[in-house]
Design a protein around this ligand. Structure first.
Ligand SMILES: Cc1cc2nc3c(=O)[nH]c(=O)nc-3n(C[C@H](O)[C@H](O)[C@H](O)COP(=O)(O)O)c2cc1C
Length: 419
């Protein structure tokens, strides 16, 4: 599973094992995760914030009052929303106790009270501290509340004791973290995703395009991969790194995208059309750069192939999910598109508000399917993508079960007819 582009909030509390967390940050950055480090005051006695700052390429946070200004408003609320997961490594006995009792006297504990992201703890302490019934009771309480525990391991300890309480090694923590994102909801399902804008050339240097950054489609491809799918991502021109583990094709025009989709659609079980495909293209690309000779200039446009309609028309069509970016009457237009194009699901996003949707880190979606609706409220595109993939997986499983029933019923009818 991939940690690329996942927002990891690493909490470091005061224990000897804090030095290992420096290596963990290095590993996370190598895995293309985005890392922000929050240190407790005690942690700073063991390792300097500068070490984590250099490794994570982000300023290290500790005290919300001192640092509110220095961090461009990245306070506990913003941090809590930003995080896809909070990992506290090492988690000291004191921090575990504080979390159990809802303490909020520093940035780390306050953020933990606010976040909806999963919180994982990697305990590290002397074996007697770990086995103390106070600590064990705290661990049990936190587990009941849904906190995750990575470790501890057993072995030789820094103090010379042998027993349980060693922090998991960085590579074990990395594996545990990446397993968190593996939902398994689409294991071995073939999923094709289109993303980004298309570019329709006017002449050798000019083109018609739109503001799509491709981030939503890429986030969907990553979320589908995390859910266990075999992902084929086809994208128009974007400034994004190819997601790990997916088959990737880069295209320019709507026609290129149409051809790339058609070449591989037969084996897909789910098709998610997130690309902002140009509806029209100039009737012909001028062979040379158009000169500024006249006061006005007309470019005649012709319709591009409608990629999603062609996919949804196929006799053995996959589960088809469309997107509708609208600036008005979102529900009406989205439902109309769902019905007209015979889609299985449509995700409508209101792009009239400048701050979300196109070319932005955040999005909010209204998702419709025949007879159902769900709002995915404003969040980072990564989180919205994961919720959307989960919804698609549920709807796909439902329709798939139904079609299996139909296939079985037809098979039974046929066998009865031949008797
Ligand atoms: C040298 C030294 C090593 C320590 N190692 C640990 C440790 O490994 N685990 C632990 O839970 N506490 C350890 N402590 C105690 C914590 O640092 C102490 O409980 C502190 O208050 C924790 O604060 P924090 O949870 O806010 O980071 C150690 C203390 C010292 C002085």
């Amino acid at each position: 599973m991939s940690l690329a582009n996942k927002n990891i909030l690493l909490g470091v509390s005061g224990g000897i094992a804090a030095y290992k967390s420096a290596e963990l940050v290095r590993e996370l950055v190598r895995a293309h995760a985005k890392v922000r480090v929050v240190m407790t005051h005690s942690a700073k006695k063991f390792v300097t914030p500068l070490t984590f700052q250099a490794l994570s390429d982000n300023s290290v946070l500790s005290d919300e009052f001192e640092q509110a200004e220095a961090t461009n408003g990245m306070d506990h609320i913003a941090l809590a929303r930003w995080a896809d997961v909070v990992l506290i490594a090492p988690a000291s006995a004191n921090t575990i106790a504080k979390l159990t009792h809802g303490g909020a006297d520093d940035l780390l504990s306050t953020t933990c009270l606010v976040t909806h992201a999963p919180i994982a703890l990697a305990p590290a302490m002397n074996q007697a501290m770990w086995s103390n019934s106070a600590t064990q009771d705290n661990v049990e309480t936190l587990q009941k509340r849904g906190f995750l525990f990575f470790g501890p391991a057993s072995g030789q300890q820094a103090c010379g004791d042998i027993g349980e309480g060693r922090m998991f090694e960085p590579h074990q923590l990395l594996l545990s973290l990446s397993n968190l994102f593996n939902t398994g909801e689409l294991t071995d399902v073939n999923v094709m995703v289109t993303a980004g804008p298309t570019q329709e050339p006017i002449d050798p240097v000019r083109y018609i395009s739109n503001r799509s950054s491709g981030r939503m489609g890429f986030a969907i491809a990553e979320a589908a991969y995390d859910a266990g799918a075999n992902v084929h991502l086809i994208s128009g021109p974007v400034a994004l790194a190819k997601p790990q583990g997916v088959e990737y094709a880069s295209v320019k025009t709507a026609q290129d995208m149409f051809d790339a989709v058609q070449a591989n659609i037969k084996i897909q079980q789910i098709f998610i059309s997130c690309a902002a495909v140009a509806d029209y293209r100039p009737v012909a690309k001028q062979p040379n750069k158009i000169k500024k000779l006249h006061d006005d200039l007309s470019v005649t446009l012709v319709r591009n192939p409608d990629i999603i309609t062609e996919v949804a028309k196929q006799s053995n069509k996959p589960f088809v999910v469309g997107f509708a970016a609208e600036t008005q009457e979102l529900e009406k237009f989205a439902l109309h598109k769902l019905e007209r194009k015979r889609l299985d699901m449509i995700a409508g996003n209101d792009v009239s508000e400048n701050e979300i949707g196109f070319d932005n880190e955040e999005n909010a979606l209204e998702v419709y399917w025949p007879g159902g609706h769900c709002s995915l409220e404003r969040d980072t595109k990564t989180k919205i993508a994961r919720r959307l993939i989960s919804l698609i997986a549920q709807r796909y499983a439902n329709t798939h079960k139904r079609s299996n029933v139909t296939i079985l019923k037809n098979a039974k009818d046929r066998s009865q007819n031949t008797r």
